[in-house]
Design a protein around this ligand. Structure first.
Ligand SMILES: NC(=O)c1ccc[n+]([C@@H]2O[C@H](COP(=O)([O-])OP(=O)(O)OC[C@H]3O[C@@H](n4cnc5c(N)ncnc54)[C@H](OP(=O)(O)O)[C@@H]3O)[C@@H](O)[C@H]2O)c1
Length: 119
């Protein structure tokens, strides 16, 4: 994850997994491993590990070309103050392989879990 995403986590580092944070400015942050570049971070992972990119917008945009699979939660709503967005998913590069859609209920907008694989 990018440094700003880490700082947005309400309870700090996520439990029961490696928390790898990219930052060019922070030499350390609590309970996570910091790497100064994407290349260094990926070199720090073994081939046996599944690597998940969990945001934010900067990291998603940087890593989309290298990703093999996307696990998207699409929410049918947008807060007026939204200022970070997932990049466009090019339809000719990604194939939808799973979609689970949930209708809106009282205070919850509609949402869907959508998986894509690289064509
Ligand atoms: N809804 C969701 O699924 C979701 C998921 C994740 C995040 N978010 C939201 O997205 C927002 C943050 O997204 P963002 O795009 O503003 O920031 P971000 O991607 O989380 O973090 C950007 C920072 O990461 C570091 N970074 C990025 N690429 C790097 C690279 N190649 N090498 C070294 N460092 C690198 C830099 O940190 P330094 O400035 O320290 O160098 C950069 O300023 C937050 O509001 C968060 O809550 C939402």
């Amino acid at each position: 994850m990018g440094r700003r995403t880490f700082e947005s986590l309400p309870g700090g580092a996520l439990p029961n997994r490696r928390n790898i944070v990219l930052s060019r400015t922070q030499p350390s942050l609590s309970d996570c491993e910091i790497f100064p570049s994407l290349e260094h971070a990926l070199e720090g992972c073994s081939h046996e590990e599944d690597v998940f990119i969990i945001g934010g917008a900067t990291l998603y945009a940087e890593t989309l070309p290298q990703a093999h699979r996307l696990y998207i939660t699409q929410i049918d709503d947008m807060p007026a103050q939204a200022d970070a967005f997932f990049p466009l998913i090019p339809a000719d590069e990604w194939k939808k392989v799973h979609e689970e859609r949930y209708a809106p209920s009282e205070n919850i907008p509609g949402y869907a879990f959508i998986d894509y694989i690289k064509v």
